[in-house]
Ligand binder design. Structure first.
Ligand SMILES: Cc1cc2nc3c(=O)[nH]c(=O)nc-3n(C[C@H](O)[C@H](O)[C@H](O)COP(=O)(O)OP(=O)(O)OC[C@H]3O[C@@H](n4cnc5c(N)ncnc54)[C@H](O)[C@@H]3O)c2cc1C
Length: 299
């Protein structure tokens, strides 16, 4: 996938931003004169922001220092839950996001393009005992592909309330559509500085001296946000490290769409580990606070 349109050179003013109106966009004042927006960061947040701003009629340049979805957005579980934030400040956002994923998937053929599907989510405890036991208080039966010592499986998400995407394929599909349909331009370059004059954003400066003029800037740099003084002087941003492992099962078809939220009690540890397992149509991935496993074919 080569979406990049410009690699800035020293002291180059990058004048790629132009007015783009697509058939789908319905510009209305003040979008009659499309805003120029520079979105920094090609993870899922930057890409989605670029996609929807451009769809609404803005002229968007997305700046990514490496490749689209190269960081967490390409390695995540891609798990989506409708109501797991209910009762908290994220409730409305989580509902809107879950429903938007459903409608986007219909619009972009998400099932084929990026592995969107609904699934069942189970929580269960695993131990080092050798026999599989399902306690009488269990509210769910185990999928046939779990053959280890498991206890008390409970259904914590249904096909109505939990779903998944392949996060790298999702992010890359969205940027491809944003480029093709809405004229978003992708620049591979490292944001170094945002120039603000009189309280207004003027431009962004890239490593090597490239300049992109803009009316507005969106900073979506993930855990790197703290490296930008403009942000770190106002907010405390920190990253949380997690790992993922991708496995390809010998019999992929035998793996049913069940996400597993495990509590693993090892005899030599006081506190349990919480690995998560996300089977995908393409394979399977698994992860936890420190380990993620997912199984899938090479992508
Ligand atoms: C192992 C793991 C599993 C996860 N599982 C889930 C899950 O199942 N469901 C869920 O909802 N969330 C999950 N998450 C969280 C989710 O992945 C993140 O919240 C999300 O990907 C963050 O996206 P982002 O765009 O903010 O950041 P990132 O994906 O980190 O993207 C930031 C981008 O900015 C670029 N960048 C940085 N500095 C610069 C610069 N100076 N100039 C230009 N570009 C720059 C980087 O190269 C990168 O591409 C998981 C995270 C991890 C690590």
């Amino acid at each position: 996938m080569d979406l990049a349109v410009a690699i800035p050179r020293k002291r180059t003013r990058i004048s790629t931003i132009k007015s783009v109106q697509s058939q789908d966009s319905q510009p209305s004042s003040p979008m009659d004169h499309p805003k120029k927006v520079v979105v920094c960061g090609g993870g899922v947040i930057g890409v989605c922001t670029a996609y929807f701003l451009a769809k609404k009629g803005a002229s968007v340049v997305l700046i990514e220092k490496s490749t689209i979805a190269c960081a967490a957005s390409g390695k995540a579980g891609g798990f989506l839950a409708l109501d797991w934030c209910d009762g908290g400040p994220m409730e409305h956002l989580a509902h809107a996001s879950f429903n938007l994923h459903r409608s986007l998937s219909q619009e972009l053929n998400g099932r084929q393009s990026y592995g969107y599907r609904s699934l069942t989510a189970l929580s269960l405890t695993i131990t080092e005992e050798s026999k599989t036991t399902v306690s009488s208080s269990s509210s769910a039966t185990l999928p046939s592909w779990i053959d280890g010592p498991a206890h008390g499986p409970k259904t914590i998400g249904t096909h109505e309330t939990t779903a998944q995407v392949h996060p790298q394929m999702f992010t890359r599909t969205l940027i491809e559509k944003a480029v093709e349909k809405y004229g978003v331009e992708v620049v591979i370059g490292k944001l170094e500085r945002v120039v603000v004059e009189g309280g207004r954003v003027e431009s962004v400066i890239l490593e090597g001296g490239g300049v992109v003029d803009t009316d507005a800037v969106v900073l979506a740099l993930g855990p790197w946000s703290s490296k930008l003084e403009l942000l770190s002087s106002r907010f405390r941003v920190s990253g949380l490290k997690a790992h993922s492992i991708v496995l390809e099962p010998k019999e992929g078809n035998a793996i049913t769409p069940h996400a597993l939220f495990l509590s693993y009690r090892a005899s030599n540890r006081r506190t349990p580990l919480d690995p998560e397992v996300y089977p995908r149509p393409t394979g399977m991935q698994c992860m936890c606070q420190s380990i993620i496993l997912v199984t899938e074919k090479n992508i």
